[in-house]
Design a protein around this ligand. Structure first.
Ligand code: SF4
Length: 399
């Protein structure tokens, strides 16, 4: 049995400008020094309020996401790393501390300072090396900024870099994606996260889509792109350890893996989510969502009120289904013995019919021990596989 641990996600909501496909909790127009200071103070207040729910746990990963966390000053990131390490004095050796960075001159200049602040992994929002694609996405940077940021990250001594690549962008051809992949392969990062463009309701892209103004890739074109990604990244030893995440062996993201294993995560900041550990009245844990409004977040933390606006106590059926389909997203799949320890029986106790059907249709592989993994075909039809495990939740989830 592994020792109880916690991962921390810190959301920094500021961005230079809001991309037209983004539905994260973000505030455009950059950030003033005064607001930076107030926000960091609010994060420390929230940490003080919430740390007891994770008391005694070993700090296993630290992730600054956004928004654009690298818009904070290096001293502020250092202060947050210090406060979090003080709140959780037991930490994994070589604690993974990730900072999301967007390509820009300002952020590039700060990279050595972020390293001194304790950041040892960067997740860089490259998205594409094609100016046309970046412009259509409404990104604030052009391809050269991306290249310069990657070079600056290596110069600053970061040996654990993750690139974000977006595919099936409006009007993006397979040839354009292949060119992005060629450049990625030449740079040889330790990790790549790929994202198929999703048109989220309420975004400018959703409006353009409704008006027929968004040139979207169809599912066949998107599937061809996934194949191209697999082949190119595989050629430099980056394995798909999860559906859309690729890494060299030993460079898989500790933070992401916590979500797929349903391990506790303390989320701090505007719009952050937490997965609280099992406790009294919540035998399968609880999920908390923070307010998405920056003024509300600042008010709440200043008053000493919780930043969360909802708390979902997970029903056993929800927890079981999530455990299965999140594990099936990963290359290692679902460990039947671990599942049985958590729920009192192997997956077949609840999902015998579903497993038989998916195995019969060639979408799922089952080992003699009952461990489950999706097949190559199942990976392409992941939504279909997941649907089979999602049950109607019959308990009132919010209080
Ligand atoms: S940079 Fe990222 S977080 Fe900021 S608006 Fe664009 S997609 Fe959203």
């Amino acid at each position: 049995m592994s020792e109880p641990s916690v991962g921390v996600y810190v959301h920094i909501p500021f961005c230079d400008r809001v991309c037209p496909y983004c539905d994260f909790a973000v505030v455009g127009g950059g950030v003033s020094a005064d607001m930076q200071g107030r926000y960091v103070e609010a994060l420390c207040q929230e940490l003080a309020q919430r740390r007891d729910a994770f008391a005694g746990r070993r700090l296993d990963s630290l992730y600054f996401g956004g928004g654009t966390p690298s818009l904070l000053a290096t001293g502020q990131i250092a202060q947050l790393v210090r406060s979090l390490r003080e709140a959780f004095p037991e930490a994994t050796a070589d604690l993974e501390v990730t900072l999301e960075v967007n390509p820009s001159t300002l952020e590039r200049d700060r990279l050595p300072g972020f390293r001194e602040a304790g950041v040892n992994r960067l997740s860089i929002g490259i998205q594409s090396f094609d100016d046309q694609v970046l412009k259509r996405l409404g990104r604030a940077h052009l391809a050269d900024e991306g290249r310069k940021t990657l070079a600056a990250a290596r110069r600053a001594g970061f040996d654990n870099l993750s690139l974000d690549l977006l595919f099936a962008a409006p009007g993006q051809s397979l040839a354009q994606l292949e060119a992005d992949l060629q450049e990625t392969v030449a740079f040889a990062p330790e990790h790549v996260s790929t994202y198929e463009l999703v048109v989220e309701a309420g975004t400018p892209f959703a409006l353009a889509d409704r008006r027929g103004q968004l040139e979207r890739a169809d599912s066949d074109a998107a599937a061809d792109m996934v194949e191209a990604i697999d082949a190119a990244l595989g050629s430099i030893g980056l394995a798909a350890y999860e559906l859309t995440n690729y890494a060299l062996s030993g460079r898989e993201s500790a933070h992401n893996q916590r979500y797929w294993k349903r391990e506790p995560v303390l989320g701090l900041g505007v719009g952050a989510w937490s997965s609280d550990p099992a406790g009294e009245g919540a035998p399968h844990g609880a999920r908390l969502a923070n307010t998405r409004s920056l003024p509300d977040y600042l008010d709440r933390t200043q008053r000493g009120d919780p930043a969360s606006v909802s708390r979902e106590v997970l029903a056993a059926s929800t927890a079981r289904a999530e455990t299965v389909f999140l594990a099936l997203r990963t290359q290692v799949g679902l460990d039947a013995a671990r599942f049985a320890r958590g729920f009192g029986g192997p997956p077949r106790t609840w999902y015998g019919g579903e497993i038989d059907e998916l195995v019969r249709n060639g979408l799922l592989l089952e080992s003699p021990e009952g461990d489950l993994r999706v097949s190559a075909r199942g990976r392409m039809l992941m939504d279909l596989v997941c649907e089979r495990f999602v049950e109607v939740v019959d308990e009132v989830p919010f209080d």
